[in-house]
Design a protein. Structure first.
Length: 256
């Protein structure tokens, strides 16, 4: 091939150190561009196997796995050790594909913490998701003062326990003088009656650990209970999760 010359070139530094380099002289830069274009990138088999396993799970569940996230390649929230799939431009991509989260998944995550998402990204998306459920979404247990700049997040924060309780439940409390969650579970076997009676309890009567254990047991029995249950059960369960979320947030503030 004509039009180029390959040789050596040396460069000396002030401290008498010298480096030797390969010098390529070209009459046409397309020569080197074409050579680079023909070079095929070699991908380690280990990386290909990781891609195969992780991408397969992502395709099935539409949720990130322990080793894979969906994000722009230059997103500084993703470490160098994490595997990234970048789809779209950096202006349109959303970390972890948050738009795929359903309200049922959100509520379950408040109790089970089974979504592999960054808390800040969840809260960024919360105002958008809340529009699907009349502007109500449990976020108190996730929220920190550093998140107050998120547009619309303040409207989702529950400021007082009684905001969660409907007027009907407040009015009927006196008819259901239960003491605590433990006594309710001992006396009432029906799940819907259990939930509504727990909702009758005043704030000081609700033991956070007992409520957490109760809610976890329901999701352990049926991970998709919010999806599979009848509307009345779903409404009661969501109310209890909001109560739990509020109390958890309060406990979190007290421990800071």
């Amino acid at each position: 091939m004509e039009g180029y010359n390959i040789g050596e070139s040396s460069f000396a530094f002030e401290d008498n150190k010298m480096i030797t380099m390969t010098k390529i002289t070209l009459s046409d830069y397309s020569l080197i561009y074409n050579a680079i274009g023909k070079k095929k990138m070699k991908i380690p088999v280990r990386l290909l196997r990781l891609l195969k396993d992780e991408l397969y799970l992502f395709a099935l569940s539409n949720e990130p796995t322990e080793n894979i996230k969906v994000a722009a390649i230059d997103d500084d929230r993703v470490s160098n050790d994490e595997l990234v799939i970048s789809i779209g431009t950096t202006e349109t991509i959303s970390l972890d594909g948050l738009k795929g989260i359903s309200t049922d998944q959100w509520y379950r995550n408040i109790v089970m913490h089974d979504l592999r998402y960054n808390t800040e990204d969840l809260l960024d998306y919360a105002p958008t998701l809340a529009k699907q459920v009349s502007g109500k979404l449990p976020i108190n247990s996730l929220y920190e003062d550093k998140n107050k700049k998120i547009e619309g997040i303040d409207k989702l924060l529950v400021k007082d326990f009684e905001e969660i309780i409907s007027n009907t439940i407040k009015r009927d409390r006196s008819k259901h003088p239960q003491i605590n969650i433990e006594s309710i579970l001992k006396e009432i076997p029906d799940i819907d009656k259990q939930m509504i009676n727990i909702a009758y309890l005043k704030k000081e009567q609700v033991n956070l650990i007992d409520l957490e254990n109760y809610l976890k047991s329901k999701f352990e029995q049926d991970n998709d209970i919010l999806k599979n249950s009848k509307p009345f059960t779903r409404t009661n369960l969501r109310r209890l999760i909001r109560i739990y979320d509020y109390l958890k947030g309060e406990s979190k503030k007290a421990s800071d």
